[in-house]
Design a protein around this ligand. Structure first.
Ligand code: GLN
Length: 484
């Protein structure tokens, strides 16, 4: 069949396999062709595995033998901070140079059991620290909608891979917005589940109390398909929880809380219009909008940029030149091995955060910074809990701006951090949230995606996904992920 006729959504591909319209091997060859054609420019992948066709053939054989695994033969791209046994994993950092994973991340193992074909490792900001994928030690990824712009981050490679049609789905991780914000910039769906719903075992840690693995896909339905596979309690992660159960059909009308704090000064007017239009379309389709207030939302970034670096400074102590990856070649003794390995192996952003976190946790500053930030974290959580007493879902922009130009924000960390102003509060509160494409905006002749963020109640991931599917169906011209 001609390359044009291959579908790009997970459900459609599964249907194509079932109807024997094409095989997993044929589909794998199709995406490999797309990657070969465009990834030299976009750089979504750090590595495309050399056994993809072989994996796909095995899936075809399993199908012939009667397997009905839900993702059998579906190619999935995975972020470079997820361990796949026997393969390289680098978290976008030079300090993990040469590191080969000794075990599968639980999310990876579950994808494998569901029959997925692992396509390759996607580019990311080093240790998931960033909002543009420019902090990768291996060079930036470009936005498929406009290659002069960033795809968002830190899971920018996964978002770009799905947007460009390299993979129908991908996994990323979200500590402060790193699934939702690149999904918004790249015009795809990105879902961060309730904290603990997907095991963190085998995820290269950034900030343990915030990190969460989740899917990228081209529709809410496809994202849910992946979520159902990877979610669930795992003895290897004590913070993991049972997979949330599917909810009974939601009561109608859905009441959507629209926080006034998410439409303040920092919001790009074109993005605001697009999000308001999406909400109006949803309202016409039967949702009820209600203005709400999240009074402590404005302290979210400040609290996040204390708590996250504090956890980073402790978690990244393990990269010492002894246990993993890179080791400085010329160190004279143990202490200088540590010092030189870390000096040479870490890029500027991890170093900045290790220093900030070490400071925030140090004697005399702990109370003033870390403990204060934890109190603010509680207030942010309480704001959400109060709002959810009167609304079903909270909606607003995912990010305050569309994709910015490569290089535009790298010299000013604070400008970069602002890209997460609407996403970090969700991680502080542990809630589920999803970004889906609203109408694109036109900037300097380019048509750039905009994300609508929906935030759900703790543990009610399926109710959130139901609401998101409802919003998606209400979008003008049934808008789905935007192929670039
Ligand atoms: N961009 C945010 C940061 O730099 C969030 C990162 C993430 O979610 N991994 O910390």
């Amino acid at each position: 069949m001609s390359t044009q006729s291959f579908p790009t959504g997970v459900r459609d591909i599964v249907a194509g396999f079932a109807a024997r319209t094409f095989s997993a091997e044929e589909y794998a060859r199709f995406v490999l062709g797309e990657i070969e054609r465009r990834d030299p420019e976009l750089h979504a992948f750090l590595e495309v595995f050399d056994d993809v066709v072989q994996q796909a053939r095995e899936k075809d054989a399993e199908r012939a033998a009667g397997s009905a695994a839900p993702l059998l033969g579906i190619p999935v791209a995975t972020k470079d901070n997820l361990l796949i046994r026997g393969r390289r994993a680098g978290a976008g950092s030079k300090i993990l140079e040469g590191y080969v994973a000794a075990y599968d991340a639980t999310a990876i193992a579950r994808l494998g059991q569901a029959g997925a074909v692992f396509l390759g490792r996607t580019n990311m900001d080093e240790f998931a620290m960033g909002s543009s994928t420019e902090h990768s030690a291996f060079g930036p990824t470009k936005n498929p909608h406009d290659p002069t712009r960033v795809p968002g981050g830190s899971s920018g490679g996964s978002a770009a891979a799905v947007a460009a049609g390299f993979a129908p789905a991908a996994l990323g991780s979200d500590t402060g917005g790193s699934i939702r914000q690149p999904a918004a910039f790249s015009g795809v769906v990105g879902f961060k589940p309730t904290y603990g719903t997907v095991s963190r075992s085998g995820l290269v840690v950034m900030a343990s109390s915030l990190d969460q693995i989740g899917p990228f896909a081209r529709s809410v339905d496809d994202a849910r398909l992946l979520f159902n596979v990877i979610a669930g309690r795992d003895p290897l992660d004590a913070t993991s929880a049972a997979a949330p159960s599917a909810t009974a059909a939601a009561k109608k009308p859905l009441v959507i809380g629209v926080p006034k704090e998410y439409f303040g000064d920092g919001l790009d007017p074109a993005v605001a219009r697009s999000v308001r239009q999406a909400l109006a379309a949803w309202e016409r389709a039967g949702a009820r909008l209600e203005e709400i207030s999240l009074p402590h939302a404005r302290f979210g970034l400040a609290a996040y940029y204390i708590i996250m670096p504090a956890e980073v400074s402790s978690n990244l102590a393990r990269f010492d030149g002894i246990r993993y990856g890179y080791r400085a070649p010329d160190a004279e003794n143990l202490l200088s091995t540590y010092e030189q390995t870390r000096a040479q192996g870490f890029g500027a952003e991890p170093k900045r955060r290790i220093m900030l976190g070490t400071f925030a946790l140090s004697h005399g500053y702990y109370d003033a910074y870390y403990e204060k930030a934890q109190r603010v974290r509680r207030l942010i959580r309480d704001d959400f809990a109060a709002a959810f007493r009167s609304v079903d879902v909270i909606a607003g922009p995912t990010a305050p701006m569309p994709a910015f130009r490569i290089g535009e924000r790298t010299s000013d960390p604070l400008q970069m951090y602002l890209a997460d102003i609407y996403t970090v509060g969700v991680n502080l509160a542990g809630l589920p949230a999803i970004s889906l494409p609203a109408a694109p905006v036109s900037v300097d002749g380019a048509s750039l995606p905009v994300g609508l963020q929906l935030i759900g109640q703790w543990g009610r991931d399926h109710a959130l996904l139901d609401a998101a599917a409802d919003a998606e169906a209400a979008m003008p011209d049934g808008r789905r992920a935007i192929t670039a």
